[in-house]
Design a protein around this ligand. Structure first.
Ligand code: HC1
Ligand code: SF4
Length: 557
C-alpha cells in the first residue's frame, strides 16, 4: 500500500490526482484560488504551496502524490509566503468590499481574514472599480480580477465558447474578450459559468434586485412572479438546512416581498411539452427538419446562432416555458387597467438575455418579462426583507394557473425535457412504461445520453446533450452521417439545477438537487403534461386561434 507523510502523519494514497486532493482528504483545508477538480490544472495562484523535508516548495495542485513523500503544509515559511501573495493581490485589487456583490462570499476576503492580513504595505493602482456593464447577464470588474484564470478555463474547457482569454503580458496582463471588446459585444452566450467559478467580485451575476424593489408594492401595478423548476431545490441550503424542495416557502416569501400572483414555471413547461410534442409529431409525419432540437435554454440558442446558424431551422419554434408563461400572463392581466410587472425567478443568468430579446417584446416594445432575477438574487431579497425563511409556512401558488404535472417539474434537470416529451408522445400510457423510461438512459449526469424509444411501429433516436462542450461532439457525429430525431441541449452542466444563478454547489449537492426534483415528480398526482387540466382551458380560452402568435418564435433571421 502506498502512503505519504503529511505534517508528520502517514496518509494512504488512493489514486488522488494531486497532493491538494490528498491533503484535503487528510482534513487540511489548503488554500487555493485557481484549483477546480473539473477544470485543467493551472497552478497560477501559488497559495497551495507545500514544503518538502528538504525545504523545497511545490504547488500541491500540480504535484502528484509519491510513495514515501514527506511534506509540510503549515510551516513559518509557507505562512509568510501565503501572506505575501495575499498582500500583493490586495494591493492590486479594488478594495470597496462593503459595497461589492461578493461581500461575504469572496475567496480573497475569506483568505485575507483567515491569514490575518490587516495591513497592505504597497500602493494600490486599482483601488476603484473598473466596470464592464455591457452584458445583461454578468458584470465584470477588471480591478477585482486576481488572474486565477478560472473564468477563462470554464468558458473554454467546459462551455467551449472561448469568449474570454488572457491578453497582454506582465503587469498589463488581464482577462479580455477578443480585440478587448466589451463582453456584451463578444460571442459570450451569457451562461454565467464564469461568474459561478470567479473567486472574487471580478465577474458577478448582473444584479437586478435593486431596480425590482422600486417597482414592487405600487398601487397601479399587478406584480406577477413565476418560479422556475430548478429554483425550489437550491434555496434551502442557504438557510441552513438540507437541499429539499421548498417551493411552498418560496411562494410565501414572494407574497411577503410584494407579489400579487405567484405561479410555477412548471405549468408553462407543460404547455411547452404540448406544443413541442405536436411540432415533433408533425415533423416526423410530414418529413420536416430532423433532428428537432429543444429550444428552452437561451444560452444554447445563442450558441447555435453564433456557431451553428445552419441548424437554426432544426430548433423547435416553441418559446421557452418562461416566455410562454409571460405571454399567457400578459393576456390574462392586460385588461385590468393596471401595469403588469412580470417577473421570472430563474436559476439562470442567460434568461436575463432571453427576456431582453426583441422577439419577446410586446407591440409597444416592452419586454413581456420585465425582470429575471436569479435564485441568488431571490435569496438576497428574502434576507433584505427580513423574512425568517425557516419559520414561514409554505403556501400554494395562485389560480387560475395553479396546476402543474411532474413532467413540467423535471424540466430543471438534464434529460428532463426529453423525458417529459417522451411521456407525452409515447403511445403506451401505462404506469410501467412511465417507470421504465426513467431507467432507459434519459437520467444521469453523463455528457451525452442516447436512447431509442418505440413510437408506434417505429423507434425514434433521442439524444440528451448535457453542457455546451458536448454540442460539438454531436454536431461532428451528425456531419459524419449519424441520424437523430430529437436532441435536447442544456448549456449548463447538469441542466438548470447547475445554472450559474443558483448558489454555488458541489457535484454532490447538484446530484441532491436532481434527486429532489425527481422526488417532486413522484409526489405529483399528474405525471404527463396532457393530464394537466389547465391545458384544455388555455387552448379553449386565452390561446384559442393564437397558439402560434403567443407560444412560438423563429430564431432564423
Ligand atoms: Fe430552466 Fe425551463 S427548465 S430553462 O432549465 O425550460 O432557467 O429550472 O425555468 O423557461 O420550465 C431555467 C429551470 C426553466 C424555462 C422551464
Ligand atoms: Fe464564457 Fe459563459 Fe462567462 Fe460568457 S457567461 S464569458 S460564455 S462562461
Amino acid at each position: 500500500k502506498e502512503f505519504m507523510i503529511i505534517d508528520n502523519i502517514p496518509v494512504a494514497i488512493n489514486g488522488e490526482k494531486n497532493l491538494l486532493e490528498l491533503i484535503r482528504k487528510a482534513g487540511i483545508e489548503l488554500p487555493t484560488f485557481c484549483y477546480y477538480s473539473e477544470l485543467s490544472v493551472y497552478g497560477a495562484c501559488r497559495m497551495c504551496m507545500v514544503e518538502n523535508k528538504w525545504g523545497g516548495m511545490e504547488a500541491a495542485c500540480s504535484t502528484p502524490p509519491r510513495n514515501g513523500m514527506e511534506i509540510y503544509t503549515n510551516t513559518p515559511r509557507l505562512r509568510k509566503y501565503r501572506k505575501m501573495i495575499l498582500e500583493l493581490l490586495l494591493s492590486n485589487h479594488c478594495g470597496e468590499c462593503t459595497t461589492c456583490d461578493k461581500n461575504g462570499k469572496c475567496k480573497l476576503q475569506e483568505l485575507a481574514a483567515r491569514f490575518d492580513i490587516h495591513r497592505v504595505r504597497f500602493d494600490n493602482p486599482k483601488s476603484k472599480p473598473c466596470i464592464d456593464d455591457s452584458s445583461v447577464s454578468i458584470t465584470r470588474d477588471a480591478n477585482k480580477c486576481i488572474l486565477c484564470g478560472d473564468c477563462v478555463r470554464v468558458c473554454n474547457e467546459v462551455q467551449n465558447v472561448g469568449a474570454i482569454d488572457f491578453a497582454f503580458r506582465g503587469s498589463k496582463m488581464k482577462v479580455a474578450c477578443s480585440f478587448d471588446k466589451p463582453i456584451g459585444d463578444s460571442n459570450c452566450v451569457g451562461c454565467g459559468q464564469c461568474a459561478a467559478v470567479c473567486p472574487t467580485g471580478a465577474i458577478i451575476i448582473k444584479n437586478d434586485s435593486h431596480r425590482l424593489w422600486k417597482e414592487l408594492n405600487q398601487e397601479d401595478t399587478i406584480a406577477v412572479a413565476q418560479v422556475a423548476p430548478a429554483v425550489r431545490v437550491a434555496v434551502a441550503k442557504e438557510f441552513g438546512y438540507n437541499g429539499e424542495n421548498v417551493m411552498g416557502k418560496i411562494v410565501a416569501a414572494l407574497r411577503r416581498i410584494g407579489f400579487n400572483y405567484i405561479f410555477d414555471t412548471s405549468t408553462a413547461a407543460d404547455l411547452t411539452v404540448m406544443e413541442e410534442s405536436k411540432e415533433f409529431a408533425d415533423r416526423l409525419a410530414n418529413g420536416g427538419k430532423l433532428p428537432l432540437f429543444t429550444s428552452c435554454c437561451p444560452a444554447w440558442i445563442k450558441y447555435a446562432e453564433n456557431e451553428y446558424p445552419e441548424i437554426l431551422p432544426n430548433i423547435s419554434t416553441c418559446r421557452s416555458p418562461m416566455q410562454m408563461f409571460a405571454s399567457v400572463i400578459n393576456e390574462k392581466f392586460k385588461g385590468e387597467g393596471k401595469k403588469i410587472l412580470s417577473v421570472a425567478v430563474m436559476p439562470c443568468t442567460a434568461k436575463k438575455g432571453e427576456a431582453a430579446r426583441d422577439e419577446f417584446k410586446d407591440e409597444n416594445g416592452k419586454p413581456l418579462v420585465d425582470f429575471v432575477i436569479t435564485t441568488q438574487e431571490l435569496i438576497m431579497m428574502i434576507k433584505e426583507a427580513g423574512i425568517v425563511f425557516n419559520e414561514i409556512e409554505p403556501e400554494a401558488v395562485d389560480m387560475p394557473f395553479g396546476t402543474m404535472t411532474g413532467a413540467g417539474v423535471i424540466f430543471g434537470v438534464t434529460g428532463g425535457v426529453t423525458e417529459a416529451v417522451i411521456r407525452r408522445v409515447s403511445t403506451d400510457k401505462s404506469l410501467a412504461s412511465l417507470r421504465n423510461l426513467a431507467f432507459e438512459g434519459v437520467r444521469g449526469f453523463e455528457g451525452i445520453k442516447e436512447l431509442e424509444v418505440p413510437l408506434g411501429d417505429k423507434a425514434i433516436k433521442v439524444c440528451v446533450v448535457n453542457g455546451l462542450r458536448n454540442v460539438e461532439v454531436i454536431m461532428n457525429r451528425m456531419k459524419a452521417g449519424e441520424h437523430f430525431d430529437l436532441i435536447e441541449v442544456m448549456a449548463c452542466p447538469n441542466g438548470c439545477i447547475g445554472g450559474a444563478g443558483q448558489p454555488k454547489a458541489t457535484i454532490d449537492e447538484k446530484k441532491e438537487r436532481s434527486v429532489n426534483l425527481y422526488n417532486a415528480d413522484k409526489l405529483c398526482t399528474l405525471k404527463r403534461s396532457e393530464e394537466n387540466p389547465l391545458m384544455d382551458k388555455l387552448y379553449e380560452g386565452i390561446l384559442k386561434g393564437r397558439e402560434h402568435e403567443l407560444l412560438h418564435v423563429s430564431y432564423v433571421k
